[in-house]
Design a protein around this ligand. Structure first.
Ligand SMILES: Cc1ncc(COP(=O)(O)O)c(C=O)c1O
Length: 345
């Protein structure tokens, strides 16, 4: 059965062009700096985000954690908003791997502001007390929203007032740049390091790239080795990453348009309340005014029609559009969803 899979954009299949590129990629031993395809990918990504150097890593989580490890020392603090991927989904890695404290702050829509940073920051006064050594942002956010350039600048400028580096979790950086209609570099001018995922909406099967200054990336390369993340003939997968960056960015707009279409249709259905202000990219979050048992049964019911959806999380359901979901698929999902809701009336 050909499923329509709306659980995430990480479920996307590599394109035929990626499969062909994998087959023919020139590879070498990346430990010796010998893999030309990995090098090409790292340089391409660094160029796209306006940084000096890049480092190919196995996952977004590894890229974020390498950034944390490379920017900080044991016992330092990181200012980060409570809903961030690093806080919620990286199983305490910042504490376990880097020995740092997460100074988790509550922010509206998970968007840091100068006021919140000012309140939380513990400047390094050269003494033996706790101090902050990193500020982390995310764009696009996992709640479906995009931070504006002004919001990013405000965070960056505040961090710089305290001489703090800024890391950007850009798992969906290109979704943010497409949504804002600006070049990715416009966004990444407001960070010192950025992690970009190739394996979400951009459809590569594996991998992320951490970018920053040459010095930062050389340190991160050593830390990657410490984490066991050094790879050998990784050019086979890096080849897909090159296509992801060169060919798959502009089409993210289709996913965003599909999400907006879906949000509007779902929002008209009885009992459905879409978080319309959060449909900036390819994510549609909604509440459903139905008994818990019905909500829990929904993924199973949808699956009977060949549609995969994630279960409820924190009182919200979600659909994530992606390259393998066409407008016709989106229409079918809405029709099926409406039918299932009506059957329960
Ligand atoms: C915002 C954000 N950051 C980081 C990651 C981690 O990426 P990975 O699953 O490749 O470790 C994700 C994954 O969904 C994400 O959504």
């Amino acid at each position: 059965m050909n499923y329509i899979d709306l659980r995430s954009d990480s479920v996307t299949q590599p394109t035929q062009e990626m499969r062909d590129a994998m087959y023919t990629a020139s590879v070498g031993d990346d430990f010796f700096g010998d893999d030309p395809t990995v090098k090409n990918l790292e340089q391409l990504c660094a160029r796209k985000v306006g940084k000096e150097a890049g480092l190919f890593v196995a996952s977004g989580t590894m890229g974020n954690q390498l950034a944390v490890m490379t920017h900080t020392a044991r016992g330092d603090e990181i200012i980060i908003s409570s809903g961030s991927h690093i806080v919620v989904h990286e199983v305490g890695a910042a504490a376990v791997l880097s020995g740092v404290m997460l100074r988790v702050v509550e922010c509206k829509d998970d968007i840091l502001t100068p006021e919140i940073i000012e309140k939380a920051v513990r400047p390094n006064d050269g003494g033996i007390g706790m101090h902050t050594s990193l500020v982390c942002m995310e764009n696009a956010l996992t709640n479906g929203k995009v931070m504006s350039l002004e919001q990013m600048k405000a965070v960056y400028d505040t961090a710089k007032n305290y001489n703090l580096p800024v890391h950007l979790d850009g798992a969906r950086l290109f979704n943010a740049s497409v949504a804002l209609g600006v070049d990715a570099k416009e966004l990444t001018q407001y960070c010192d390091s950025v992690m970009v995922c190739l394996s979400k909406g951009l459809c590569a099967p594996v991998g992320s790239v951490l970018c920053g200054s040459k010095e930062f990336i050389e340190k991160a390369r050593r830390n990657r080795q410490l984490m066991g993340g050094g790879m050998r003939q990784a050019g086979f997968v890096a080849a897909c990453g090159i296509i992801a960056l060169e060919k798959m960015v502009d089409r993210l707009k289709d996913d965003h348009d599909n999400a907006k279409y879906m949000a509007q249709r779902l929002n008209k259905m009885k009992g459905v309340k879409v978080l319309m202000d959060n449909v900036d990219v390819n994510m549609v979050f909604f509440k459903l005014d139905k008994p818990k048992e019905f909500i829990y049964s929904l993924p199973g019911k949808m699956l009977e029609y060949g549609i995969k959806m994630a279960g409820e999380e924190g009182g919200l359901l979600r659909f994530i559009t992606n390259n393998d979901v066409s407008r016709a698929d989106v229409i079918r999902v809405c029709d099926v969803f409406e039918k299932i809701l009506k059957e329960d009336e």
